[in-house]
Design a protein around this ligand. Structure first.
Ligand code: NAD
Ligand code: UDP
Length: 333
């Protein structure tokens, strides 16, 4: 299949590109490089032997986007491009709505105009908002008490995709709700390399490991969990990327929604201990105030993806940490 990957030089998109190429698909990448670097293309080539064609295009630029669709004949689109910093989205909500929602509307318009009918979309567990149970299933009502404009852009895009599919019975969409992606390709060649200050736990752990930050701030240890720190469902990004390949290959008309997670929760303190064990060095940390809006605990019920797609995680949090250390080594040299 010939697939356009938006956001394909980014963290998850680049891993999806590798898995798609490895599975025999033809991949082209579009990215405006606002949070990734062009040299990722060469790294994808080093891993797969193929350098994907690249379009340095912003999804908000409707004319440039149309030229991409004019030039190629995609069968499918994997849509990763978007801004993802929760805190920044609170500061700059309009930028997030314009980029994520506006960019997606331009993309869907081009798909309609050029009769590209297959879409896989990067959504997030954040669309579940606050639920009574920490174990999230796809049937839960979403969109309630979402903690940030970022999360609302994901919920809105999910609704837009549902409406588009409603209007065109041939349209095929798979919405993948990611839990907490960590790790990187085992080669250490591609990985998470955010511009500016990171947002998530693993990039902060990495910065402490390299000495860029002296100590990890653990945001609160007075939550109602076994050790008082928050529990999340960490999923190796290579497992996540493989889930995309399977979802795309098994796509059928209509909208399907799947959680991509491990189904297992790990606390922040457990993450600190695991990283210390895997790296052989104690990771310095100190407990500080809670971060605004953090939920104590949530994790995926991933049984629908296993039942319907035959997908489940194969790698562990320790594997992800080992691969992260390899990525650090590769990027030191
Ligand atoms: P990333 O920032 O590494 O990748 C996103 C890519 O999109 C970047 O390369 C960026 O340059 C590009 N981009 C952003 N706006 C664009 C625009 N208007 N036009 C063209 N390119 C644009 O992020 P990621 O972690 O790889 O996330 C990929 C997707 O998965 C995002 O939509 C994100 O919201 C979603 N997601 C990520 C996580 C996570 O924890 N990483 C969790 C849930 C969902
Ligand atoms: N966290 C932390 N210190 C950090 C970054 C994150 O203690 O420097 C905690 C955060 O409070 C949360 C967990 O790590 O409980 C995962 O945070 P992340 O932002 O990666 O994921 P999210 O909370 O968005 O699921």
């Amino acid at each position: 299949m010939k697939i356009l990957i938006t956001g394909g030089t980014g963290y998850i998109g680049s891993h999806a590109a590798v898995e798609l190429i490895t599975a025999g698909h033809e991949v082209e990448i579009l990215d405006n490089l606002c949070n990734s670097k062009r040299d990722v293309l060469g790294k994808i080539e080093e891993i797969t032997g193929v350098e994907p064609k690249f379009y340095d295009v912003d999804l908000r630029d409707a004319e440039a986007l149309e030229r991409v669709f004019e030039e190629s004949d995609f069968e499918a689109v994997m849509h990763f491009a978007g801004l993802k910093a929760v805190g920044e989205s609170v500061e700059k909500p309009l930028e997030y709505y314009e980029n994520n929602v506006g960019g997606t509307i331009n993309l869907l318009e081009c798909m309609e105009a050029y009769a590209v009918k297959k879409l896989v979309f990067s959504s997030s567990a954040t669309v579940y908002g606050v639920q009574e149970s920490p174990e999230y299933t796809e049937e839960m009502v979403t969109g309630l008490k979402i903690s940030s404009p970022y999360g609302r852009t994901k919920a809105m895009i999910e609704e837009i995709i549902q409406d588009v599919a409603q209007s065109d019975p041939e349209f095929e969409a798979t919405i993948l709700r990611y839990f907490n992606p960590i790790g990187n390709h085992s080669s250490g060649l591609i990985g998470e390399d955010p511009n500016g200050t990171p947002n998530n736990l693993m990039p902060f752990i990495t910065k402490v490991a390299t000495g860029e930050i002296p100590v990890l701030a653990v945001f609160g240890n007075d939550f109602a969990t076994s050790d008082g720190t928050c529990i999340r469902d960490y999923i190796h990004v290579v497992d996540l990327a493989k889930g995309h390949v399977i979802a795309m290959e098994q796509s059928t008309p209509g909208v399907k929604i799947y959680n991509l997670g491990s189904g297992k929760g790990t606390s922040v303190m457990e993450m600190v201990k695991l990283f210390s064990r895997v790296s052989g060095k104690n990771l310095p940390y100190k407990v500080v105030e809670r971060r605004a809006g953090d939920l104590a605990e949530f994790y995926a019920n991933p049984s629908k993806a296993e039942r319907e797609l035959g997908w489940k995680v194969e790698l562990t949090v320790e594997d992800a940490m080992r691969d992260t250390l390899k990525y650090l080594q590769e990027n030191e040299q």
